[in-house]
Design a protein around this ligand. Structure first.
Ligand SMILES: *[C@@H]1O[C@H](CO)[C@@H](O)[C@H](O)[C@H]1NC(C)=O
Ligand SMILES: *[C@@H]1O[C@H](CO)[C@@H](O)[C@H](O)[C@H]1NC(C)=O
Length: 350
């Protein structure tokens, strides 16, 4: 009888542990904007074909009068208000050159609805629907920064015919893209800390464990999730004061929850891709537009060795390597204007 009780208690403890383990893997539901208890809707939004809303912010000349229409795709842990190419140019630069920029919240960020089935492909179709609902015309430009690169690669793969040109700013690479030489990806892998490697394996192989991993207290989580100073180069550190203005609004970035914003970014970025970016065909075989990739040679987040391989394999990409630059270089004085002048055929660029 006693044995039976002990056995029963043991089973109950096991079940409780199992339930606790399952619960700790399940992220809390997103606090959707505009729902009771959720954050307010303050930005204009479009409704996508699957019913999700996408929030956006416009800059520069009106889209009706624009010569150049650009969709800006934000980086990790930032949102529509962090449109570096619109925020870091001199006042009047966009207007003088007939430039319109629309920046939007990627799903789960800011005021855009979360999308748990988001992928490089759905991101590309979000961009296309945004362009069509805002009536940007048959062709438009895209500029994506860092993690925003996942959407730009998606656009280049799935809707190249809609592009007038594209720019990738230190786009995040994925070591599992098949065209990277194994010897190089192993070499870079072995330089990472055990925690980084473990986090990467979870993200790639068992993304359903990522929420638990990032919220457990037993082991240290990744430097990126913590915005640890080790991810910044000396130039980045010098540029950080320019980001101080974010204090007034940055809490809106992940106001709907970190799982469908930050963690979903990692799951898409480092997950299993539906295509190899290094196999994408030149969208402009007749030179009717251009694709640019900018990378600092002191970037502590995105390995320059991998970016150079991309530049080598995709000879149609115009590769700009900036000496001494880290991951925040688009914020440096004058850089955003240079990036736009390279992308757009601005007459007598001034
Ligand atoms: C477009 O430009 C014209 C001429 O400068 C101006 O009158 C008009 O208000 C502009 N339209 C919009 C929507 O900004
Ligand atoms: C963000 O901060 C502002 C002011 O500090 C506050 O009014 C607002 O409720 C905060 N929003 C969230 C989602 O925490």
């Amino acid at each position: 009888m006693k044995k039976c009780l002990v056995g029963g208690a043991f089973i109950i403890v096991l079940i409780a542990l199992g339930v606790w383990a399952i619960i700790s893997c399940i992220p809390p539901p997103s606090k959707r904007c505009g729902t009771p208890g959720g954050p307010p809707i303050t930005a204009p939004r479009i409704r996508l074909s699957d019913g999700r809303y996408l929030a956006y912010e416009e800059h520069g000349v009106s889209r009706q009068n624009a010569t150049f229409k650009i969709i800006f795709i934000h980086a990790f842990a930032t949102f529509r208000r962090d449109a570096v190419i619109a925020n870091r140019v001199r006042p009047g630069f966009l207007e003088k050159n007939g430039i319109y920029v629309v920046s939007y919240d990627r799903p789960g960020y800011g005021e855009s609805d979360p999308h748990s089935r988001r992928s490089e492909k759905t991101l590309a179709h979000d961009v296309e629907q945004l362009a069509d609902q805002l009536q940007l015309g048959s062709k438009f430009y895209v500029v994506g920064y860092s993690m925003g690169g996942q959407a730009v690669w998606g656009v280049l793969k799935y809707i190249p015919h809609r592009l007038a040109g594209a720019t990738l700013l230190c786009p995040v690479t994925n070591s599992w893209w098949p065209s990277f030489p194994d010897s190089l990806t192993w070499e870079l892998w072995n330089k990472q800390t055990k925690t980084e490697r473990f986090a990467m394996l979870i993200t790639h192989h068992t993304p359903w464990l990522l929420y638990w991993w990032n919220h457990q207290k037993l082991f240290q989580t990744s430097a990126v999730m913590q915005s640890s100073p080790t991810i910044f180069s000396p130039q980045d550190m010098a540029l950080l004061p320019k980001l101080a203005v974010r204090v007034s609004y940055k809490n809106q970035t992940t106001q709907q929850g970190v799982h469908e914003s930050l963690e979903r970014d990692l799951i898409v970025g480092f997950g299993k891709w539906g295509f190899d970016p290094m196999k994408i065909e030149n969208p402009f075989p007749k030179g009717e537009g251009s694709v640019h990739l900018w990378q600092g040679d002191d970037d502590r987040l995105v390995p320059i060795q991998l970016q150079r391989i991309i530049a080598q394999k995709l000879s149609w990409i115009k590769y700009h390597e900036i000496p001494g630059a880290g991951h925040l270089f688009p914020n440096a004085d004058g850089v955003a204007e240079t990036i736009l002048k390279e992308l757009l055929p601005i007459p007598q660029a001034s």
